[in-house]
Structures are given as structure tokens and as C-alpha cells.
Design a protein around this ligand. Sequence first.
Ligand code: ZN
Length: 595
Amino acid sequence: MTNKEQEITWDLTALYPSINDPSIEKAINETKTFADAFEKAYRGKISTLDPTKLLQCLRELESFYVKTGDFSLFASLSFSANMTLPEVQALYDRVSKLEAQLGKQLAFFSLELGALVKAKPEVIAEPVLANYRHMLELVQRRVPHQLTEVEEQLVIEKDQFGVQAWEELQSKWLNTRMFEVMVLGEKKTLNYGEANGLLSHPDRATRESANRVIYGSLGKDGEIFSSALRSICNDWVTISQRRKYASPMESSLMNNDTKEAIVENLLHAIEEKAGSYQRYLKLKANLMGLPILGNHDIVAPLPDMPERKFTFAEAQNLVIRAYSRFDSEYANAVKEMFAKRRIDANPRFGKRNGAFCASWYRGKSAFILENFNGTLNDVYTLAHELGHATHDYYMSRSQTLMNTSVPSTVAETASIFGELLLTDLLLSETKTDKEQKTILSMVLDEAGMTAFQVTARVWFEQALYKSIQQGKYLDYETICSHWTKARDRIYGDAVTWFPEMEAEWTMKPHYYMANYRFYNYPYVYAQMFVYTLYERYLEEGKAFVPKLVKALSAGSSVSPVEIGKIVGLNVADPTFWMGGLKVFERFIVNLEKVV
Ligand SMILES: [Zn+2]
């Protein structure tokens, strides 16, 4: 029946009736008029505003962004769903340029706001500005690291064709190479996306071939990737010093609204429990009938497991039941997403890969794009993205727009929580040990990658900057040895590695993204935070529901530490992270029981 299933597309008419509707043109023109008026009213004057006038200014800006949010969202969603349609491309291109132009025109606002907070720090505590207190605190933290307007402009202009070009080089390399992989004994010439898709193929020899061919080719050009990474890291060290950051990590810590000590506690906890992850990997080797796992088995599916397929209707039913078991009202956001057709589910030509959830502030809702093929993984993706939609549902009802910029450490709260709800439901309903094994090993594979493997990437990045600060030259061998050392701290003797895997770091796009250093630890943080949260829920039952709702409703109006306090957790406690790791260990114990 799967191929006869009707197409699940989203309904964007709540935003605009159609791509050619004149109301889009009107909204774009109004935006330009507003931006001009705002600039005229406030440029050069922000630092002189009294608290009441500042409040008015912030509100004007928020209502402006709420309005522009509609056509920005419409353009980007239309483009993501149908990237090859000329009229969609044209609108998307036009809106992207307009956004860049608005960004430049209104850049004075954040600079002047910084100057105001610096000159009059007492403004942060003004009762009239209570709604914006935390946002202003974050502005204050950034002020000492801001350059002058001209310097900032220069950095942007030079980065555009400077440090940003490395990212382009890396992705061009990946997108223009072909890989000769043995797929089930047959030689195939594949592009990177296709070859990469084979890394978790059920056939072991196919996985081995894909791993060796991909990383072997990357390693052959290791000098090129080293040049790129060396330049990116040195550029970052230089600019971090100029911005007077205490460390190369500080900017990321600010973006994530967290503290170095909290992150270090987290990384320590993960290292301390690396043995648990290794215990799972050894168990997995056993399940796969291997003496030890090869690196190509880490995320492989277990052999001879039933591959259950789901229709979209079945997935919808499962996710709604998973959320409703937690609380029927909590499931309302999810139900609404289906009822109002806010999900584009089917894969189609010209549609963006992967999945995302885009928030729609004015609609107090969101839109989800997924490429649903009916696998268990796809059902999890749906549960995950609907968690983001639930977060949007609650915070857009309680917060003004500026308080909905949730840092990555908190942004994954409802999404990972939603996955755990689904896991619980599935485990409670599966009848056979085989199905239990499939679910548990999938959950452990995922968590292992997110919490443990990503920790190795944090250490790797730390080691790169340490080398630079010690005056060492980052050649290919040095970078590879930083990677393998970090990797081995996590995997110990539980995995054997192909020599080609020393080049594993070369394929990670994040390392090449300009000004996006230390993207990684928030994933570890989020995973372990939510695992601990879930443990709390299991202990407290229904009494936990309003706490979670309150935490999600808070958006970015308070810090992640305060969010923890809302649900009764002390993130700053050095032993805090052990709670989440216990949940991870319990999944292992459950798996051991059914082996
Ligand atoms: Zn997510």
C-alpha cells in the first residue's frame, strides 16, 4: 500500500495564498519602508534612549521581524520543497538579498545597543525592561568583544571571500569527486552522497569498501584539508585575540549561554563513562557475531533484524500516542501540526534532503520538512521534529520574538524528549526480543554518536588550538594524530580502525564553517540534559508535566541554568551529568537482558 499512499505536503496558504500573490510584493515594500523609517528614527540615537523609549524601540523592531518572518519563511519553505521551480528560485533569491540588505542596514542597532548597555549598565535592571533583561545581559557580555562598526564591516567583507572560501572548497571537493565502491560485490561509481549513504549498509563488505574508498580518497588530499583547517583555526585564534576573548572557546560559550566549567564537567563525565559505551560496543560485536567491532560496524544495523516499515499514517498515530501518553494537552501541538497540514513528508525531485523544523512565530506554530521513507529512523525523525514544533508552540505563546532565540544547548530539549517518549512507547508495545534489540541498539547507536563520538570532536578541536598556542605547526600528520588520540579516548579497545580513518575529520563540514568554532559540545549537553530530564519525569510522573511546559515556555528569556532550575535540576553541579549517563547505561542493561 505504501506506494499508493497519498502525498503528504504542507499547506502554506496560512502564510500566503500562492507564490505569485500580490500580497508578497506588498509585504516586501512595507518592509523596506519600515527599515528606512526605523533607521531614520534611531540611527545614532539608541545610546541616548531612556528605558521607556528603548522599550518602544525594541517592540517596534520585534513587530517588524514578526512581519518579515512571514515572507522570509514562505520563500525559504517554498524553495526547500521545490528547489528547481524558476518562480520559487526567483522569490527565494530576492528575499535572501533583501534579508542581507536589511541585516546591513539595521546592523547599527545591535552595536548601538551594546554601547548603551556599556555606558549605562543599570538599564538592564530597569523594571520597564524586565521582559528583555536576559537578552540585555547577553548583550552586555558581548560588548567587551565588539569591534568598531567599520572594523566589524571589514571583518564581514574580508571573511566573505577569505575564511568562508575554505568551506566552499571543502564542499566542492566532496561534491565533485566520484567514488568506486564495491556494493554487494559489484563495482559502482558513486557521488559522495551515494557513497556516504552506504556507510550503514547491512552488508559488511559494502560498508568496508565505502569506508576505505571515501576516507582513503580524502586522506590522499589530506594536505589540502590540512591547509584549510590550519588557516581556519589560525584565523580564529587571531580574531579571538583581537576581540579580547580569553580562549578560542569563549565566543561559542557565549552563543550557547553557558560556562566553561559546566562544559568541562560534562566532558569529564563522558570520559568517565566511556567504559559504558565500550561495554555496549562489545555487546554489539557479540550481537553481530564478531570478535570485535570494526569502525565500519559502529553504526551498522544488527544483522537478521526485521525491517519494519511504517506508512505515514502509522507514524502519525505512533507519535501522537507517544506524546499523549506523557500528557494529552502536551500532545496538542503535535496534533495541530497534522491537522493544519504543517508537514511536508514525501521525498520528491527537487526537494531539500534531510529534515528540519522552521518556527513560525506569528502563527504560534511551525513547519516541518522531512523525507519520509517509512523506516523506523524516519518515525524517530518525525517525533524529533515535532518536539521542536512543540517547543515553538509553547514559547511563541509566552514570549516576545526576541525571547525565542534559544541556544543549541536548550533548543533540542523537546525534540530529544519526544524521541524518548517514542522509545518508551515502542518498547512497551513490541512483543519479541528481536524487536526490542532493534529499538535499543538504534537508540544506543544514536546516543553513542551524539554524546560520545561528538565529545571526541570537542577534544580534537581543543587540541588543535592548544597546538597553535604552543607554536606548533598543524600539518596533516599532526592533525590526524590529534583526531586519533581524541577518538581513542572514547573507543578504547572496543573498536579496530582502518588506517584510512585517520582522515575522518576531513569530511566534517562544521570544521570548515567560518566563525563556527566549537559547534559540537551543545549536542552532548542537550542529549545528556534531556536524558536527566527524562529520568526526572519517570520519578515524578504527571507532576513533571507542568514543569517541562514551563521550561519550554521560557524560551530564551532566562539562561540554560535557569531552565534547569525550572525542572528542578542543577546543571552547574559537577555530578549533574551522571544522571543522564545513568539513563544511557539503563538502555544497555535492558539490551543485555534480551540478548
Ligand atoms: Zn533537532
